[in-house]
Write a protein that binds this ligand. Structure first.
Ligand code: ZN
Length: 250
């Protein structure tokens, strides 16, 4: 069955899908601003050129589309056969011609959007497994894609910043990152405060915490391991107010 509009009638999910599609459009815009030669340039991710990022974002859409097919059919189709296969695929993709790379991004994004569109309400709660091994309902894929496209649009390093990312996406990212720290126990003594709000994350029970604070985009940028511009730190882990490196989250 092919529908013209999303089959889901859940307003929350419709909103999540919109956020993912907006992020995809934003990534597309930043990619289209780059010349073919500029695709060879460096990014905010160590060791990755823009080619690697475009390949990764394209293969990520394909991998998430496999999860939607899984949810629709019940036939297990993992995102990637292994972490090694995922990395090899990205390295291969980075060698494609500029036209092929751009097509990979465009076609995979359209394909994923169609898979989402045609998944009926009843199947969105079917469980699938992420590349990190988490079992999640299919509806979680909208968020999985949202965070990839927004963050990697900034990683392309051609003008996008964390200020371009919508506040609800930033807030959810910060929740994700800090809960990953919590799970690993790597947030001990670290308290994150978003200035101008009452948002507080991290080790809220610490008696003498190191407080990292700043506006939401700057705090998320720091927490995601992408530098400490615009954040301040005070406490035992911040001698001379030097901002500590954020714990790893992925
Ligand atoms: Zn990624």
């Amino acid at each position: 069955m092919v529908a013209r509009h999303d089959l889901t009638t859940d307003p929350r999910l419709q909103e999540d899908l919109l956020q993912a599609r907006r992020g995809t459009a934003f990534f597309a815009r930043k990619l289209n601003e780059l010349t073919d030669e500029e695709l060879d340039g460096g990014t905010r991710l160590p060791g990755w050129t823009r080619r690697h990022i475009v390949a990764h974002v394209g293969y990520n859409a394909r991998a998430i589309a496999r999860l939607i097919e899984w949810a629709a059919t019940g036939i297990e189709t993992p995102m990637y056969s292994s972490p090694e296969a995922r990395n090899q695929e990205i390295d291969f993709g980075a060698t494609l011609s500029p036209t092929a790379l751009r097509n990979l991004f465009d076609h995979s994004a359209v394909h994923l959007s169609v898979e989402w569109r045609d998944l009926p309400d009843a199947d969105w709660s079917n469980e699938v497994r992420t590349a990190q091994g988490r079992t999640v309902p299919a509806s979680e894929t909208a968020w999985m894609r949202t965070r990839e496209v927004w963050m990697h649009a900034v990683d392309l390093d051609n003008g996008a910043t964390f200020n371009d990312i919508p506040a609800p996406v930033l807030e959810r990212l910060l929740k994700d990152i800090t809960s990953a720290w919590r799970t690993r126990g790597s947030d001990t003594g670290l308290l994150i405060k978003v200035t101008g709000t009452d948002l507080t994350f991290g080790d809220t029970s610490a008696t003498d915490p190191t407080v990292v604070a700043g506006p939401l985009p700057a705090v998320v940028e720091w927490a995601a391991g992408r530098g400490s511009t615009g954040v301040t730190a005070a406490g035992p882990a911040a001698p001379a107010s030097e901002v500590p490196v954020a714990p790893k989250w992925i």
